[in-house]
Design a protein around this ligand. Structure first.
Ligand SMILES: C[S@@+](CC[C@H](N)C(=O)[O-])C[C@H]1O[C@@H](n2cnc3c(N)ncnc32)[C@H](O)[C@@H]1O
Length: 174
């Protein structure tokens, strides 16, 4: 089970970024995202994505991230993505994609305690880029592309890969 914790969002300003984190998480085989501030709009976004593209990606809101991570740590590996962490190229072999994992991504400055509570602080290179790209690269590295084999149940539309254009299968669901 792969889950994501997004911390430090700046609500309105970051809604597009958060939407993209959700899209990446879902498309790359994570099952759930936790955010530390209630956001009904994002809940609605997840509902719409699931109803069009299928699957059952979940979103939940937490109000105490410290307590939440401590509880998760009993059965999940805690992986914090940060440019200050250890090199993904070296750390990748230590991380077993079969384990339950909670992947933490930040928005701006992440509280110091996260670095200490995490089992791994992983850098996708040591230059700043974005939580969206860091998440996508990390999920691809640990799953070796297998995430794209995932089937999404009850999709209204499905893309048929095509070398030269858009081939979309519309499914009617009663
Ligand atoms: C705008 S960046 C802030 C950069 C931040 N000072 C850091 O610790 O990586 C927001 C988030 O993107 C992710 N991120 C950005 N660059 C990264 C990198 N090179 N490696 C891993 N994660 C990165 C981290 O999760 C970070 O909290």
């Amino acid at each position: 089970m792969i889950e994501i914790l997004q911390i430090g969002q700046r609500l309105v300003r970051d809604e597009r970024v958060i939407t993209h984190i959700i899209l990446v998480a879902r498309a790359f085989n994570a099952t759930k995202i936790y955010m530390h501030e209630n956001n009904e709009h994002m809940k609605n976004t997840v509902y719409k994505i699931n109803s069009t593209w299928g699957g059952n990606f979940e979103i939940d809101f937490i109000n105490n991230w410290k307590k939440f991570i401590k509880i998760k740590k009993k059965s999940y590996k805690i992986i914090h993505l940060t440019m200050y962490g250890e090199d993904i190229n070296c750390a990748c072999s230590k991380i077993n994609a079969e384990n339950n994992m909670l992947i933490i991504v930040g928005a701006s400055k992440v509280p110091r305690e996260i670095y200490e509570i995490a089992d791994y602080n992983i850098a996708i290179g040591n230059q700043p880029h974005s939580e969206i790209s860091a998440l996508a690269v990390f999920l691809d590295r640990i799953q070796h592309g297998k995430q794209f084999l995932k089937k999404f149940n009850n999709a209204k539309i499905e893309i048929i890969p095509d070398v030269r254009g858009k081939n979309i299968l519309s499914k009617t669901i009663d």
